[in-house]
Design a binder for this molecule. Structure first.
Ligand SMILES: C[S@@+](CC[C@H](N)C(=O)[O-])C[C@H]1O[C@@H](n2cnc3c(N)ncnc32)[C@H](O)[C@@H]1O
Length: 208
C-alpha cells in the first residue's frame, strides 16, 4: 500500500514504460530498479547535472535510459554488463528513445572492466550507479572511488536486500554479502554514506 502511495508522484517516459512492460514478461524482471527509485535518482541528476555517468549492471536498459532522460545531451553514459541477450534489448530501447549515441555499452565482467578503465586513465565520472553482482560490491566501490570525479557521488542498489540484511540466519548468500559490505562502508572514514529506503534500499556514497 505504501509503495503504491510513493508511486503517486512518479511518472514514466514512454520508453521507460515499454521497458517495464517487457521486464514484466521476463523471469528476471524484478532486477529492474523500481520506478520510485528511478524517479528519485532522476531528481538527484537534475540537481547535480553530471556530464559523465558510469553504470555497473544494465540488464534491459531501464536505469541507463532513466539517467539519459534525466540529463542533457552533453552527458555521456558508460554501461557495463556481461549479458549480451539482455543488453541487446537495452540497445533496442535506447535507439527507440533516441539516446543510443550517449550510451556506450561495454561487455565484460565488471571487476575486470573497471580495472581496465583505471589502467586506461579514463576521464572520471560524476555519478556512478552500482547494480551488478552483490558479491563484488566492496571491490566495485573501491574501484569506483578511483574513477569518481571530485564532487561526484556513487549510488549502490539493493543495500537492504528486502530486509534480509538484518537476518543473520538468512539462507540467502547475497544477504550476507550485502550486510558485510554495509558494515565495511559504515566504518570507513574516507567516505560519507546515507541509505535511502526506497525500492530495495539505495546507498549514496561521497568521498570526504
Ligand atoms: C540487477 S540487474 C541490473 C538492473 C538494471 N540496473 C535495471 O534497472 O534494469 C544486474 C545486471 O548486472 C549484470 N551483472 C551481474 N554481475 C556482473 C558482473 N560481474 N559483470 C558484469 N555484469 C554483471 C547482470 O548481467 C544483470 O544484467
Amino acid at each position: 500500500m505504501l509503495i503504491a502511495y510513493l508511486a503517486k508522484c512518479v511518472t514514466l517516459s514512454e520508453t521507460q514504460e515499454k521497458i517495464q512492460q517487457q521486464n514484466k514478461k521476463m523471469p528476471e524482471g524484478h532486477m529492474q530498479i523500481r520506478p520510485e527509485l528511478a524517479h528519485f535518482l532522476s531528481f538527484l541528476l537534475r540537481l547535480t547535472k553530471p556530464k559523465r555517468i558510469l553504470e555497473l549492471g544494465t540488464y534491459t536498459g531501464f536505469s541507463a535510459l532513466t539517467f539519459a532522460e534525466a540529463t542533457d545531451e552533453t552527458c555521456k553514459i558508460v554501461a557495463i554488463d556481461r549479458n549480451q541477450e539482455w543488453t541487446k534489448l537495452a540497445k533496442r530501447f535506447w535507439a527507440e528513445a533516441g539516446v543510443s549515441d550517449r550510451i556506450q555499452l561495454i561487455y565484460g565482467d565488471a571487476p575486470t572492466v573497471l580495472q581496465q578503465l583505471i589502467a586506461d586513465s579514463i576521464e572520471p565520472f560524476d555519478f556512478i550507479f552500482i547494480d551488478a553482482s552483490k558479491k563484488h560490491y566492496e571491490r566495485y566501490v573501491n574501484f569506483c572511488l578511483e574513477l569518481l570525479a571530485p564532487g561526484g557521488f556513487i549510488a549502490v542498489d539493493n543495500v537492504l536486500w528486502d530486509g534480509e540484511v538484518l537476518n543473520p540466519e538468512s539462507t540467502d548468500l547475497n544477504a550476507h554479502y550485502i550486510a558485510a559490505f554495509n558494515e565495511v562502508m559504515f566504518a570507513r572514514t574516507d567516505i560519507t554514506v546515507s541509505i535511502v529506503p526506497l525500492d530495495d534500499g539505495v546507498m549514496l556514497i561521497q568521498k570526504i
